[in-house]
Write a protein that binds this ligand. Structure first.
Ligand SMILES: Nc1ncnc2c1ncn2[C@@H]1O[C@H](COP(=O)(O)OP(=O)(O)OP(=O)(O)O)[C@@H](O)[C@H]1O
Length: 237
């Protein structure tokens, strides 16, 4: 589904992502885990071309991401960031409709899809007419996900999607979201530095340090067979 090959990103003399290769399967939830500054976000943003690689290649469904311009590519790849990443001057209905509109969906189809998502994410329909500032953090997060899923993208990238929430709401929202059938069929790449979140959500975890992959495996593999002291320390085992 997503093939990342020998990916490198340098910022001046600093190598933020250092020769990363990964294969992510259809419907898989892959978690990029690691300390602050280890290159998780930079790796993620190269998938949807918010950052261009220094070298290496990324293919989504066999097609090199560089064959499409950034905006076109991003219509097919959902993107969720901390606190929802919503524009303050768009109502929730407008926010969710953004990508379907760009894809020229009929307005009745957009309305139907928006209501479906609002319902699935257990938000009251009245939020559709409100602005992000009028919602709670947990609600904004759900709306951010609704916006990312609106046009049914095969791939969704998530960068610390629950980072702005208190621990209780965080657990609650993430269980709800990852319980959605719709998300089970979607390929998800999620960035976090939260070990328990990674262990709970990941099919596989990619543990990174200083731009490099230290270990890739299922949560159980990492816990049972940590590759080295760093992995043991990071997972606190
Ligand atoms: N635009 C940029 N210009 C220069 N250096 C950058 C830029 N973006 C990121 N970096 C550097 O690249 C490294 C990796 O950053 P990145 O944001 O990918 O880390 P991260 O693992 O996502 O960290 P965090 O969890 O803190 O967000 C860091 O050292 C960061 O300072």
């Amino acid at each position: 589904m997503i093939e990342i090959q020998d990916l490198v990103k340098r910022f001046g003399s600093h190598t933020a992502v250092d020769n990363v290769s990964l294969s992510i399967g259809q419907g898989e939830t892959l978690v990029l885990l690691g300390t602050s500054g280890c290159g998780k976000t930079t790796t993620l943003k190269m998938v949807n071309r918010l950052i261009e690689p220094s070298s290496g290649a990324i293919r989504v469904n066999g097609v090199d991401v560089r064959q499409q311009d950034g905006p076109t590519l991003r219509r097919r790849i959902g993107y969720v960031i901390q606190d929802g990443g919503l524009f303050p001057h768009y109502t929730i209905a407008e926010a969710i409709a953004t990508v379907p509109k760009l894809l020229n969906w009929e307005s009745t189809a957009i309305q139907e899809r928006s209501r479906e998502l609002i319902d699935k994410l257990q938000l009251p329909e009245t939020v559709l007419l409100r602005y992000p500032a009028e919602l709670s953090g947990g609600q904004r997060q759900r709306v951010g996900l609704a916006r990312a899923l609106a046009a049914k993208p095969p791939v969704v990238l998530m960068d610390e999607p629950f980072g702005a929430l208190d621990p209780f709401t965080r657990r609650h929202v993430r269980r709800e979201l990852f319980g959605l059938n719709e998300l089970k069929e979607t390929t998800v790449v999620l960035v976090t530095h939260d070990v328990s979140e990674a262990l709970e959500l990941a099919n596989r975890i990619v543990l990174m340090d200083q731009g490099k992959i230290v270990q890739v495996g299922t949560p159980t593999e990492l816990q049972k067979n940590p590759a080295n002291e760093f992995v043991r320390d990071f997972l606190d085992i």
